[in-house]
Design a protein around this ligand. Structure first.
Ligand code: SF4
Length: 282
């Protein structure tokens, strides 16, 4: 595991148009959450975000689309965006997060310059039908296997605080470990009033213990990342996540919620004496 902190920025290049029913997701059209919804973010805006992320120390730049999986049009758009970002910020390591994907689709992304693919298992196989009825957990697992087969870097993790049991959490971490991911993004459910799930009741200490457990159960992962819900769950105690095994964070805004200013995170890392990763092997 690297000592340096890997910073990643996420860019919602298509937002809020998904027809699936994942109960934690404000991007589903079913729940009518009050969020920005658009089919394709203008390429110039994405380029500006990429340059800003790089200038603030991000190494990873993740192109996210809100849909169950990659259709032809989405695949074409992601490839176009990947090329446009490489023109203005070639130093960024491009990640795609576009839902379920076949091996051929992943190979097309790879040829367009995508280095890593993020697809989360979200929760345990047993609990998944309680939070999503429109597609099975097995499709998620298969996509992760496709990512490995395509020779892309696999980024896969999940969400804590959906109402799952501790047994479900352990089961999800076992499934993640079986995929041998390079990076494991851990999200903490961020409640939106349009969603029927109850707000996340995890305490800071419980959340820290879950990060510790993730680190313990995935000893070969290069990076344990805290992604969505960091500010919500940890508040003033965000700096404690690094002592329990986190070596990667998302800076800037999340998909449908605001993160704190990027420079605040840089200041926090500096105060902790932690260096920002400038390059990455895996
Ligand atoms: S498939 Fe993805 S974008 Fe669609 S509702 Fe589920 S989590 Fe949200």
């Amino acid at each position: 595991m690297s000592e340096k902190i890997f910073l990643c920025s996420i860019c919602n290049i298509n937002s809020g148009t998904c027809k699936e029913d994942c109960k934690f997701c404000s991007q589903s059209v079913r729940y009518k959450a009050d969020i920005d919804r658009y089919k394709q973010k203008p390429i110039e805006d994405i380029q500006k975000e990429a340059v800003s992320a790089r200038d603030n120390g991000a190494l990873g730049f993740c192109l996210v689309t809100a849909d169950k999986g990659l259709g032809d049009k989405t695949l074409e758009f992601v490839c176009k965006v990947a090329k446009a970002v490489q023109e203005v910020a070639p130093e960024l390591r491009l990640i795609a997060c576009n839902g379920t994907a076949t091996l051929n689709q992943l190979l097309t992304l790879k040829a367009a310059g995508i280095k890593a693919y993020n697809h989360n298992l979200e929760t345990s196989e047993a609990f998944y039908p309680k939070i999503c009825t429109t597609h099975p957990w097995s499709e998620r697992y298969e996509t992760c296997q496709n990512v490995n087969a395509a020779g892309l870097v696999l980024i896969t993790g999940g969400i804590f605080g959906l109402g799952e049991s501790q047994k479900d959490r352990v089961s999800m971490l076992e499934s993640l470990a079986s995929l041998n991911p390079t990076s494991v993004p851990i999200n903490f459910y961020h409640h939106n009033e349009a969603l029927e799930l109850k707000p996340n009741s995890l305490s800071v200490d419980e959340a820290l213990a879950l990060i510790k457990l993730t680190r313990k159960m995935l000893p070969n992962a290069e990076r344990i990342m805290v992604a969505g819900g960091r500010e919500l769950i940890f508040g003033e105690r965000q700096d404690e996540i690094f002592a329990v095994g986190v070596n990667s964070i998302v800076i800037g805004n999340y998909l449908t919620t605001s993160g704190r200013a990027m420079n605040k995170d840089i200041e926090m890392l500096r105060a902790l004496g932690l260096d920002v990763a400038k390059s990455v092997a895996g």
